[in-house]
Design a protein around this ligand. Sequence first.
Ligand code: GLN
Length: 376
Amino acid sequence: MPVTVFEHMSGLARSLGAINLGQGFPDAPPPAALTAAAMRAMETRSQQYPPSAGVPELRDAVAAYYARTQGLALAREQVIVTSGATEAIAAAILAVVGAGDEVLLFAPAYDAYAPLVRRAGGVPVFVPLAPPGWHYAEAAIVAAISPRTRAMIINDPLNPTGSVASPEDLAHLARLCITHDLLAICDEVWEAVRFDSRAHRSLLAEPGMAARAIKIGSAGKIFGATGWKVGWLAADAALAAVLAKAHQFITFTTPPMLQWAAAEGLADPAITAALHADWAASRKVLIEGLAREGFAVLGSAATWFACIDLAASGIALDDRRFSERAVREAGVASIPLSALWEGAGGPTTIVRLCYCKPPAMLEDAVARLSRWRSGL
Ligand code: GLN
């Protein structure tokens, strides 16, 4: 099995001393209040195994956060805390996918989905999303559904493109799940990292989806603290009980001090508002800088990423070649979109850049890319 593209590009950036706009993580430390809460919890509270499903304070805080921000009515029993969203994805797949079950994935897809489906004995079936809108074409999905189809995995907002499913997309995805008796594993880790002034809406909230959708969230993304590895699953109580059993034999539990700190953070809207404002500002710096230097930036509404189209920018390299050369020759690491695309026919001229970095670093990265590109 190859090393992930994220690890590959971060490794190159470290060894070459390049600016790392590849793997998605903020350079700034998480909000001071969050760090203080974790330290306080470490000093004053238990450091022994918390309950496998999560400390009650965090399970309640997740439910309250979703009630406040997305209008969802979840009870504590419906929330299972995991060691990051990747563990939540693994638990969901191991819990619901059996030998020979087909699982619909939408390309581009986060790189963990297909290997985890295969480990569960399932078969990933890819349905391509087409640029520039990356919409979920109903006819293509219907054509991919077979009697063996058990579930679909929806990443909304979508990494790497930063696009968001439209209300129509969500409605027809829900209809398809209901008609074909499918479960939806909803990786919504980017729900709080949105810049289109619209509130996030979960597939779980669509009529008829309450017992069919498994919603996955991440404190790492909400608080810009990717190393914390605190995530969660939310689902109907009966389904949540099954998910809890899968989780208990993966990591069993998650560090309690980080759970208590995340609970405090979720209860304070000022923390997330300040982070969001910072990200909006640096996002603008990267997108405007790239556009000013003649790079064709694709439209996006969410995530920590902006994508550029190389062909439309007048660069005659494919995405993998661009990323491999840019990290060595320009000193800027990026992620080629085709690394997140299994099978043939995907775009090969789109590269993803992460913007949650200091503005001066982003300006430097844009200047380096621009200089290098003029010598190509
Ligand atoms: N979610 C991160 C990204 O998309 C990568 C996480 C990882 O390295 N596995 O960049």
